[in-house]
Design a protein around this ligand. Structure first.
Ligand SMILES: [Zn+2]
Length: 234
């Protein structure tokens, strides 16, 4: 068997390995697990963000509390209003002050209401997301078990094919095989393809004169465009 034939045989078995690897990669078992994991990661980020929001609410609440204390203090000025007026104080000054104070209290109340609403909403979101996350974590563990089982089954198939490949590899030039493996890791497949009329049959690129020469001598050349190995079909 020529090197080309040996490598073609190797590639044929390697295609089986690739198929199983892709089956694992694209399996529902893996997708379910990945989706659950993604959900939990994103939910965790959102829960952290809501935690941060809660801190902001506390700060805002303290500010509003301070405002309220200030207004309360101003209000105490009105306690002795009777005496002040009897003493000849200007009533219009106090009227104006009282109007301002009422407006401030009104706006403070609106701020407190808005804050309460925000806190309630954030809390509801947190509780609901927290429950969902817990459920998804549990579900994720089940998915993990199913996937592990599935992968263990596939691992047996993979090991069997790898044994076949190992036997074939013993007969192939290690340098060529190394080159082949590096292309495989670049997700090029099939790697070894026939050339026809001086062109790569995969991408149609024309070979150089030197390349054609080597092909005609039974050698393997690399396509300049798609970087596959090319051989001349006999
Ligand atoms: Zn090509």
């Amino acid at each position: 068997m020529s090197q080309v034939e040996k490598l073609l045989k190797y590639q044929e078995i390697d295609a089986k390995l690739l198929k199983i690897e892709r089956e694992v990669q694209n399996s529902d078992e893996r997708k379910n697990l990945m989706q659950a994991a993604n959900f939990v990661t994103k939910a965790q980020e959102r829960l952290d963000a809501l935690d941060g929001k809660a801190l902001g609410f506390s700060k805002l609440f303290a500010e509003l509390d301070e405002k309220y204390a200030e207004l309360n203090e101003t209000l105490s000025d009105f306690e002795n209003l009777d005496e002040l007026l009897e003493g000849g104080a200007d009533i219009s000054f106090y009227k104006k002050n009282l109007t301002q104070l009422t407006d401030k209290l009104k706006s403070l109340r609106q701020e407190v209401n808005a804050l309460n609403k925000s806190i309630r909403e954030a809390n509801e979101e947190f509780q609901s997301l927290y429950q969902k996350t817990r459920a998804m974590q549990k579900q994720g563990k089940e998915y993990q078990d199913v996937y592990e089982k599935f992968r263990a089954e596939k691992r047996k198939e993979i090991d069997a094919v790898k044994e076949e490949l190992k036997a074939l590899a013993a007969d192939i030039d290690p340098k060529v095989l190394q080159h082949y493996q590096s292309k495989r890791s670049e997700r090029i497949f099939p790697i070894l393809c026939p050339a026809k009329s001086g062109r790569c049959t995969k991408c149609g690129s024309e070979l150089s004169l030197a390349g054609k020469e080597r092909l005609s001598q039974g050698g393997i050349v690399e396509c300049d465009n798609c970087h596959r190995f090319l051989y001349l079909e006999s």
